[in-house]
Design a protein around this ligand. Sequence first.
Ligand code: AMP
Length: 216
Amino acid sequence: MQTVLILLGPPGAGKGTQAARLASALSSPHVSTGDLFRENLGKGTELGKKAKQYMESGQLVPDALVIDMLFDRVAKSDCAQGYLLDGFPRTVAQAQALDTRLQGSKVRALNLAVADATLVERLTGRWTCKACNHIHHERFSPPRQSGRCDKCGGELFQRNDDTHAVVEKRLSVYREQTKPVEAHYRAQGVLSDLDGSRAPDEVFKAMLAAARGEGR
Ligand code: AMP
């Protein structure tokens, strides 16, 4: 049966970092709507042009654009057995659209909780690899060579929505529009709550166990 794993939690909770590790441990494709938008932005596509203003100001891209883009991606053959969603759904309307699409599939949602002060510190110090999307942090996981990714040697950049002002906006958008998505999955009995403030390895182990349905 197709199994879809959904990672929930505020920006900076560690979804991207953990999703990459989980995807490789579970041999499941990592589908990040933020990465898909950044790819479109980089290539200058129509979709990228439409998404740009929302992304740069920390707002959500309208549901219809996100849902179409995501559904196109997960229709590809590598997702047939299942996939791991990072950054989607971010509104209850997106969650409802996904429910309709996933009837008959197994769904599990992992919710990472982290205090706001920690999120701001994590996001404003974050450096992402242009080539492989690996994430470094200037204090918590600095690259061995300044400006270069430890994993692939690619160039590191600071996302322009990781500035202090845009991070505050993203957190308030999260509280208003994305937080209710937790209740949506809790009501379905498929949500696991996890403490995302622990060391990355510990969080990873807990997420992997929850993804496999252990301890339930
Ligand atoms: P992320 O990399 O997940 O933090 O996403 C970066 C930005 O892309 C967000 O701040 C939004 O502007 C946009 N975005 C990504 N995923 C979604 C989504 N599911 N719904 C609406 N906007 C999204």
